[in-house]
Write a protein that binds this ligand. Structure first.
Ligand SMILES: C[S@@+](CC[C@H](N)C(=O)[O-])C[C@H]1O[C@@H](n2cnc3c(N)ncnc32)[C@H](O)[C@@H]1O
Length: 367
């Protein structure tokens, strides 16, 4: 697992060097209509005459057609050799068991500390500054604490509390055992994001910010709706989500071999943990289904339904999108990076998606 880790790989193809001023924007103008403000991400742009091998990494480099063709060939091979039905059942039945194993083998040093959080999500700076007043952050999929402890280290707000949840008991124990664990400011709890209950000590509409850093990808797509519903429930009106996860076409997706595909874009790693790779518009559909419907007025649902009707939308599996929680997309973008192994003269492409979503201040309760 290598969220922010560079690694060497045999996947090596020439890249077309693209200097993008707005790296998260699609080349298809129609797709750009609803794009919002960009995140900062990195700023080492590769220009026409630069030496690619001068640095280890370049920001915002879009892979060329050859890489995409290679990726498609890999996906086709993955689809031809999916995980067996027996193993699918095994891996989907008790996902926390595999994460417990993971944390038995890897301690808190495995993930890098997420030091970029305040830069990318200024709302965290607002909540943690001196005198900001009562504020609550819920981190879901907190793992060993690589996100919550850096936030705590920067915090100057006496009235900030953090609830760090994970469905892996081993992970929660690692957070509780950390020398920086201060029970007055942080509580670690076992909680499954897709469960029917809310985390211990968290009531409805009591949270200012929910952090989802590399956790949504661990869910089975059939769990997304329950997870979004839980996040909606715990957030105060006007509360926000800080989201970062894997993007479609990331090196780690492309290099999955035979016998790893659980479902489209959804894989099982060698250690038994699951990972999904998102597309930007798919994330819009997950977090703002109502907006997607508005931007597609010809859809069957919008043509024939109103709020009270019981009608179906074929694109969303039968339920009407306007009854689903619809967050405002404050920001959403792709963070692309080309990593370079200078010694071996290799190039590798990473892609993460990052978003900031807001529960509207005036909410209509989805029924
Ligand atoms: C890739 S790790 C990321 C850890 C941490 N957010 C970070 O960035 O360092 C994913 C974490 O999500 C947890 N997780 C996976 N599915 C979950 C679920 N349904 N509910 C709560 N936590 C979950 C795993 O146990 C694991 O600790």
């Amino acid at each position: 697992m290598d969220e922010d880790i560079s690694s060497s790989s045999p996947i090596l193809l020439d890249s077309k060097i693209v200097h993008e001023l707005e790296p998260h924007r699609s080349h298809d103008p129609a797709k750009n209509l609803k794009r919002s403000d960009p995140f900062k991400f990195g700023s080492r742009y590769l220009k026409e005459n630069d030496d690619v091998y001068e640095f280890n990494a370049w920001d915002h480099v879009i892979p060329d057609d050859a890489y995409y063709a290679y990726a498609e060939a890999q996906y086709a091979s993955q689809r031809e050799h999916p995980v067996s039905d027996f193993d699918k059942g095994r891996f989907n039945a008790e996902p926390e068991k595999w994460w417990n194993k993971f944390y038995s083998n890897n301690t808190s040093n495995f993930f890098k500390n997420r030091k970029w959080l305040h830069q990318e999500f200024p709302i965290l700076t607002q909540l943690t500054k001196k005198g900001a007043g009562p504020a609550r952050i819920l981190e879901v999929g907190a793992g060993a604490g690589n996100t919550c402890f850096p936030i705590l280290a920067e915090n100057e707000n006496d009235e900030l509390s953090i609830c760090a949840c994970d469905f892996s008991e081993k992970a929660v124990n690692l957070v509780r055992a950390n020398e920086k664990y201060d029970g007055a400011k942080i509580k670690a709890e076992i909680w499954d994001l897709a469960s029917e209950d809310l985390p211990h000590g968290i009531s409805e509409e009591s949270v200012d910010v929910v952090l989802l850093i590399f956790v949504f990808s661990a869910l089975n797509p059939v769990q997304w709706e329950a997870a979004v519903g839980n996040v909606w429930k715990v957030l105060k009106p006007g509360g926000q989500i800080c989201f970062r996860d894997y993007g479609r076409g990331d090196l780690t997706q492309v290099r999955f071999k035979k016998g790893r595909l659980l479902d489209e874009s959804f894989y099982i790693r060698g250690d038994g943990t699951r990972v999904y790779f998102f597309d930007e518009d798919e994330l819009r559909g997950i977090w703002a289904p109502g907006d997607m419907e508005q931007s597609n007025p010809s859809s069957e649902a919008s043509a024939s339904c109103d709020w009270s009707e019981n009608c179906s939308n074929p694109s969303t599996g039968g339920s009407k999108t306007r009854d689903k929680p619809t967050f405002e997309i404050v920001k959403l973008g792709a963070d692309r990076r080309m990593l370079v192994n200078r010694q071996k003269q290799l190039k590798m492409y990473r892609c993460w998606l990052q978003g900031q979503f807001k529960k509207p201040a005036q909410t209509i309760h989805p029924g």
